[in-house]
Design a protein around this ligand. Structure first.
Ligand SMILES: Nc1ncnc2c1ncn2[C@@H]1O[C@H](COP(=O)(O)OP(=O)(O)OP(=O)(O)O)[C@@H](O)[C@H]1O
Ligand SMILES: [Mg+2]
Length: 211
């Protein structure tokens, strides 16, 4: 039983997109998986409720309920994916208190990188009271190939636990929610194939960290 949380107060950095794709991929790998959606917007639960086969989702957007219920739900599954909300509130704190791995998606822009540092600071505070738990990794998300910002972001974040995989900004990914799909269930085209490879590499890296 592993609890993997996607956190970062910066809106739009890709938390729900990564949470839904990771949950779908884990289910395809034969693991029992549920998603806990802590965001009032309920993006992940609305997304996954449209998918077939469905992935069990629990909407829990109160800090104390998350603290109590994450371990209870986790008992029945191999993996729990928690989609964090858009604020570094007690919600995020309580998620981190119950997670094995925190993933912080970051867009390679100056503003996003500063919110990434705030999220990382909160994780480190929790690590200091939980004997080093949860593990933490950063992932560059919605990046544009070949830009200086991407290169600078890599250099800045690599010492802090950056995953090798970069998730690029792709129309195919933006289209998924509206099409009740994840990249693996989207109709084939070149952009979709590249997106699939990137998401698969991301998911595999996440599982390597958990071992
Ligand atoms: N790699 C990508 N390429 C293109 N579009 C993307 C990508 N990742 C996410 N998006 C799009 O960006 C928007 C924001 O993504 P998402 O909802 O996953 O972010 P979030 O961090 O969960 O935001 P919030 O904090 O509001 O919950 C969505 O419309 C999503 O489809
Ligand atoms: Mg979201």
């Amino acid at each position: 039983m592993s609890v993997i949380a996607l956190v970062n107060q910066k809106g739009g950095c890709g938390k729900s997109t990564l949470a839904c794709h990771l949950a779908w991929w884990l289910a395809q790998q034969g693991r029992s998986v549920a998603v806990i959606d802590s965001d009032g917007q309920q993006s992940a639960s609305r997304w996954l409720s449209k998918m077939s086969p469905p992935i069990e989702t629990h909407v829990i957007s109160e800090g104390t309920r998350l603290l109590e219920e994450i371990p209870m739900i986790a008992k029945s599954f191999d993996c729990i994916v928690v989609d964090g909300g858009g604020m570094l509130s007690d919600i995020t704190l309580n998620i981190l208190l119950r997670s094995d791995l925190a993933i912080i998606p970051a867009q390679p822009t100056g503003l996003d990188l500063s919110s990434t540092h705030e999220a990382l600071k909160l994780v480190q505070q929790v690590q200091s009271v939980r004997s080093g738990k949860p593990k933490v990794r950063l992932v560059l998300s919605r990046a544009t190939k070949g830009t200086r910002l991407l290169q600078e972001s890599r250099t800045l974040l690599e010492p802090k636990g950056l995953l090798r995989t970069v998730l690029y900004q792709r129309q195919a990914i933006a289209d998924c929610f509206g099409q009740k799909a994840v990249v693996w269930t989207m109709p084939n085209d070149a952009g979709v194939r590249e997106a699939r490879e990137e998401f698969e590499a991301f998911c595999r890296e996440v599982m390597e960290v958990l071992v």
